[in-house]
Design a binder for this molecule. Structure first.
Ligand code: GLU
Length: 476
């Protein structure tokens, strides 16, 4: 989606991320200079390259790929296509990838790419040539490879672009049998994995589930009941916002009371039908004109509506010093990267709003990317060897039970016992486990350390401790 960014902070995006990291670094007692070493972006490649347009003329495109930290290889992170992307943003996002991967124990360094382009203004043919040209230059300069730097989808990119990138790499390295591992987020029919498209939204849902398993944390947000019936505001019904909204509504009985898009917001205290709103956006380009609920032309003002959970899943810098004091949600779950500016975050911390930070909450995407990469390197689908064997063993258990007790196992239990796990189930199971364990580490850091007073600092604390340990052990 394209909600325009707001120039709303006295510090840049990357400075803001560093300041947030500083709160945790101050508690870690690291050797002099190590904090600076960790925060520094290792390298940034800027590219200016021409592409032939449909009309026969040429246009020069500008893009970047930043490698924040290669303490683990490959480095990982999406490529965004947007008209407003800039170098500072790419560096900030690359550093968030380093911290994100450490939080969810995904063994990667952090990277990010960005290209100034508005995909809506180009034909499919032009987009393919632009993507392939960008990829070719990145591969040529060592910024894409299965063992070195592995991009993924981000804003403005998806399966289609990842397929083009994989094919570009394959053509340049025809003898690399691991070519599919050079990029993740590919379609399952072309080296991808089931469950990757929904992964970031699914990860947000699992993060919220885990939050609601922790009574002390529930109390911090002032809730006295579970997720069912909670009023949720979702900003951005793109891939991340759509999936989390759909899952919370269909599987958890939460009420999606507000949906914010680039052209306004919809508000209905009874709950909006996420699927129907998505359909309307697909057909009409925005939420305006949707038949149910109240339409609010100033979409961003809808962030301030009373609710239980606010999920900003659009762009960075949406909750700023200018609107933070009017934000009512006691729980904010960051679907986007950097939706809360540094100054706004200071205010939220001071007043005790619970924020599940981006580097943890939206880590489902890179987690499932990790599963996809492992699948690519192992050249076999998860579940292929064991699924039927598990089903057979389940049947043996049923037969044994029935023989011993002389009664039939009820059909619903029989079905469960004889169901071997397919790829999608295994991916969801791995993602759920990842999000739960990471939450537990963050929550423990929060509750056991007097100087940690918010979940973002706790997440940075957990993450930076791991990154610092790696630096110390490998030697800088
Ligand atoms: N672009 C996503 C993110 O910001 C996914 C990155 C990946 O899968 O490598 O986390």
């Amino acid at each position: 989606m394209s909600i325009p960014p707001a120039a709303t902070s006295s510090v840049s995006f990357s400075q803001g991320v560093n300041l947030m990291a500083d709160r945790a670094l101050a508690l870690l007692n690291l050797a002099d200079g190590l904090a600076e070493t960790i925060k520094a972006c290792n390298s940034v490649l800027q590219l200016n390259f021409p592409v032939k347009m449909d009309d026969g003329n040429y246009r020069v495109f500008q893009g970047w790929r930043a490698v924040h930290s290669d303490h683990r290889l490959p480095v990982k992170g999406g490529i965004r296509f947007a008209p407003h992307v800039n170098q500072d943003e790419v560096i900030a996002l690359a550093s968030l990838m380093t911290y994100k991967c450490a939080i969810v124990n995904v063994p990667y360094g952090g990277s990010k790419g960005g290209l100034i382009v508005d995909p809506k203004t180009h034909s499919v043919g032009e987009m393919e040539r632009i993507t392939r040209a960008f990829a070719r230059h990145l591969i040529d300069k060592g910024y894409i490879s299965p063992g070195g730097n592995v991009p993924a989808p981000d804003m403005g990119t998806g399966q289609r672009e990842m397929s083009w990138i994989a094919d570009t790499y394959k053509k340049l390295h025809p003898h690399d049998i691991n070519y599919f591992g050079c990029v993740t987020g590919k379609p399952p029919t072309n080296g991808g994995i089931r469950g990757r498209v929904e992964a970031t939204g699914r990860g947000l849902q699992y993060a919220i589930h885990e939050f609601f398993r922790h009574p002390k944390d529930i109390a911090l947000a002032g809730f006295d009941s579970g997720l069912a019936g909670k009023r949720v505001i979702v900003q951005g019904l793109g891939n991340v916002g759509y999936h989390v909204a759909k899952f919370l509504q269909n599987e958890d009985d939460a009420r999606i009371t507000v949906i914010i898009e680039w052209d306004g917001a919809l508000h209905d205290e009874k709950g909006l039908d996420v699927e129907a709103v998505k359909q309307h956006i697909t057909e009409h380009g925005g939420v305006k004109g949707y038949g149910a609920g109240a339409y609010i032309a100033d979409g961003k003002s809808a962030l301030e509506i009373d609710c239980d959970i606010l999920v900003p899943a659009a762009l960075e810098a949406q909750i700023t010093i200018h609107n933070v004091d009017r934000i009512k949600a006691p729980l904010i779950v960051e679907g986007a990267n950097g939706p809360v500016t540094y100054e706004a975050d200071e205010r939220l911390r001071a007043r005790g709003t619970v924020v599940l930070p981006d580097a943890y909450a939206n880590a489902g995407g890179v987690t499932v990317s990790y599963f996809e990469w492992i699948k690519n390197l192992s050249h076999i689908r998860f579940g292929r060897m064991g699924r039927r064997f598990d089903e057979y063993r389940g049947q043996v258990v049923i037969d044994a039970l029935e023989e011993m007790v002389g009664k039939e196992v009820p059909a619903h239990l029989r079905d469960k016992l004889t169901q071997g796990a397919d790829e999608l189930r295994l991916v969801r199971s791995g993602l759920d486990d990842t999000m739960r364990l990471a939450y537990q580490e963050i929550s423990e850091a929060f509750h056991t350390n007097d100087q940690v007073n918010d979940f973002r600092t706790a997440a940075f604390f957990v993450s930076l401790k791991k990154v610092a340990t790696t630096y110390m052990e490998m030697g800088v």
